[in-house]
Design a protein around this ligand. Structure first.
Ligand code: XLS
Ligand code: NI
Ligand code: NI
Length: 445
């Protein structure tokens, strides 16, 4: 039986009320039907709520227990009844927030059983339950994923485990969740490798682990084609945490790995803001690098705390930062299967039930306003024109000869001697460009 309790009584649905609205539970910028850069805002942003931080996590940290007001996680309930109750709360929230998608791990929606067979049966039952909620609410699935990091069997990795029986277990779990994602009409399937890495090199065979990881991905890709899943397979890069070092360190590392193993075009990346900063990059850098290397897929929008180095998964609040991210995505033609998943969690002291709404409303509006600024920047052509002008020499005879391979090192030696080449530096115009971006951010209406 589906639970019909109303968990967020008196809140929502959240509606667009315009920039002048002082009601904190309205959208000031997210106007789903407004057309921006050729698509409705909803279709351009493809925003999703994540199940795990919002409905599973009780507000615990490594020093303390749960703090949050989560009445759907009532203790003492039979595990499947508890899962149904949690799902009812989640879909009530998705529908009231009026964002089109959600994302989940298998263990978020269905409790593990005593055997693998029981875990599969429980997941299947909860997938049926989810499909019912999706049909009633119109909420869709941006991506599904298997939790290959919480259970003790995965402490030494899933695909990169020294024990092939653990690899087999992870493969079985992914097989089942990929099929579930397919059944739910998911747009993507994500692999995040928190345990695919090492804690110490003293016990780790790097050559074997890379080969295992590549084999695992080939198996996933083969199965995707076998079952006719049309979505994208995405790897979510992260440099560390929980492992000391994770193999899918950042976008460039993943692009190199995919090329090395014949997986180009088959696997893309899901980039997270806070993972970018953990890797010592900006979110902008990660997206631009993925676009440049042809692996861009989707994003997990969140932010870290600038004063510490953890994956704090805070709600995105910087319009400027997100403008640059969305600018790269729009310039690349916009999302295809991907979208924006809010892999975000409340602070442990945010114990009021409506805090979950405030976090998401701010994040949604941040992305919406950033989209407007990014579209204005793109439409103006200002950044693109300056880039074209900056590299213009490469379209002229010398540049073409160098890139075309007809000039040798010795030819260039002769050229510089004979023609006394003495190039004068041009301004990089960084400050001017930064001010230009800010002007577009200021002008969004
Ligand atoms: C953890 C990751 C995780 C993935 C899904 O840091 O961000 O939440 O998005 O497994
Ligand atoms: Ni993360
Ligand atoms: Ni994530």
């Amino acid at each position: 039986m589906t639970d019909t309790t109303e968990f967020f009584e008196g809140i929502g649905p959240i509606r667009y009320a315009g920039p002048a609205s002082d009601d904190p539970l309205t959208y000031r910028w997210y106007d789903a039907d407004r057309v921006v850069a050729g698509r409705r805002m909803e279709d351009q942003l493809r925003m999703a709520v994540c199940y795990w931080h919002s409905f599973v996590w009780p507000g615990s940290d490594i020093f303390g227990e749960g703090t949050l007001d989560r009445p759907w996680n009532a203790p003492g309930l039979e595990p499947m009844a508890a899962a149904r109750r949690k799902m009812a709360a989640a879909f009530e929230f998705f529908a009231k927030l009026a964002t089109p998608f959600f994302c989940f791990h298998d263990r978020d929606i269905a409790p593990a059983g005593d055997t693998f067979a029981e875990s599969c049966a429980r997941l299947d039952a909860m997938v049926d339950e989810a499909i019912g909620h999706m049909e009633r609410s119109g909420v869709r699935l941006l991506w599904g994923t298997a939790n290959l990091f919480s259970h003790p069997r995965y402490a030494a990795g899933s695909a990169t485990n020294p024990d092939p029986e653990v690899f087999a277990h992870a493969a079985a779990q992914v097989c089942h969740v990929l099929e579930a994602t397919h059944r739910m009409g998911g747009a993507n399937y994500v692999l995040w490798g928190g345990r695919e890495g090492y804690d110490t090199l003293l016990n780790t065979d790097l050559v074997r682990e890379e080969a295992q990881l590549a084999r695992f991905l080939h198996l996933v890709v083969e199965h995707k084609h076998r079952i006719g899943f049309a979505g994208s397979i995405l790897i979510e890069p992260k440099p560390a945490e929980p492992a000391k070092h994770q193999y899918d360190h950042d976008a460039a590392t993943v692009a190199g790995f995919l090329a090395r193993h014949g997986l180009e075009g088959e696997v893309l990346v899901n980039l997270e803001g806070n993972h970018a900063t953990l890797a010592g990059h900006s979110f902008h850098h990660e997206v631009a690098t993925a676009v440049a290397t042809g692996v861009f897929g989707s994003i997990d929008a969140n932010r870290g705390d600038p004063q510490n180095g953890w994956d704090t998964d805070q709600f995105p609040t910087s319009v400027e930062e997100c403008t640059l991210v969305l600018y790269e995505i729009l310039a690349d033609g916009g999302f295809t299967t991907g979208g924006i998943n809010f892999d975000t969690k409340l602070r442990r002291q945010s114990v009021a039930r409506d805090d979950l709404f405030h976090g998401h409303v701010g994040a949604v509006d941040t992305m919406a306003r950033a989209l407007l600024a990014a579209a204005s920047l793109l439409e103006s052509g200002a950044l693109a024109d300056r880039k074209t002008a900056r590299y213009a020499g490469w379209d002229e005879p010398l540049g073409a000869r160098i890139l075309g391979g007809s000039a040798t090192l010795a030819d260039l030696h002769r050229l510089v001697l004979d023609e006394e080449l003495d190039p004068t530096p041009d301004s990089g115009r960084q400050e001017l460009l930064e001010n230009l971006v800010n002007r577009h951010v200021e002008r969004t209406r």
